[in-house]
Ligand binder design. Structure first.
Ligand code: FPP
Length: 226
């Protein structure tokens, strides 16, 4: 059984870099390469929706230089990915507040350009969670629903999330040995299976991804029933 929507908490970049005597940014850079390779493998496996936690609302508290380099990485990663997304007919979406003043103009513009150029593509979706927090996403969705004069229901919240067309998350994968959700896609992951691995994100490859998908395929999903 192949999951429809897999969501990744890409953790361990800093530790990966530190263990090699490299600056933290080297871990993020390698992490961006891994993100691209994971998308290649998901395409082969037939997973149609993938979400990646690239920058949380809590990450603003990191040193300025690290934040700046993550902004630059967003821009370079999106620019590099765009031709491949178009070739594969895959849409790029972003969950999170791209319009915040704190997000770099260059990162925002490159990302909006890729979102616009891929918006009608139908062969899958790569969703980058950037300046993202799940609790604020839910509050934002509720406020949007109210502004539209809608009652607050599960349906109206779902329809007003950052990327409403994303299906529920089937599988969350968190690397680096930490076992928590860290404010990531809490609404969409209500019934997700959660897979934790000690592997650091920059070391995450096809074998680790296949192991997670195999583990998922053996789960009995009951959605609260028997
Ligand atoms: C967590 O590892 C990782 C992040 C905060 C950033 C994840 C970003 C990427 C994988 C690259 C793609 C990036 C963009 C911007 C599109 P950590 O730094 O907390 O690692 P540690 O726990 O070992 O310190």
């Amino acid at each position: 059984m192949i999951p429809r929507h897999v969501a990744f908490i890409m953790d361990g970049n800093g530790r990966w870099a530190k263990s090699r005597g490299l600056p933290r940014h080297a871990g993020h850079k390698k992490g961006a390469d891994v993100l691209e390779k994971v998308c290649d493998r998901l395409d082969v496996l037939g997973v149609k929706y993938a979400s990646f936690y690239a920058f949380s609302t809590e990450n603003w508290s990191r040193p300025d230089d690290e934040v700046k380099k993550l902004m630059a990485l967003l821009r370079s990663m999106v620019k590099k990915a765009l031709p491949k997304l178009i070739e594969r007919q895959v849409k790029l979406t972003v969950s999170g507040d791209l319009f915040s003043d704190k997000v770099s103009k260059a990162g925002r513009e490159a990302t909006l350009d890729a979102i616009e150029k891929t918006k009608d593509l139908k062969n899958g979706t790569v969703n980058i969670c950037f300046n993202y927090g799940a609790k604020s996403e839910i509050v934002h969705a509720a406020n949007l629903a109210l502004e539209k004069g809608l009652p607050i229901t599960e349906e109206t919240i779902s329809q007003n999330l950052w990327v409403p067309e994303l299906p529920e998350v089937d599988l969350v994968i968190r690397t680096s040995g930490e076992q928590r959700l860290s404010n990531f896609m809490l609404w969409q992951s209500a019934y997700a299976e959660i897979y934790f691995t000690d592997c650091l994100w920059p070391d995450f490859g096809d074998d680790e991804l296949d192991a997670a998908i195999n583990w998922f395929s053996e789960r009995k999903r009951r959605f609260g029933g028997l």
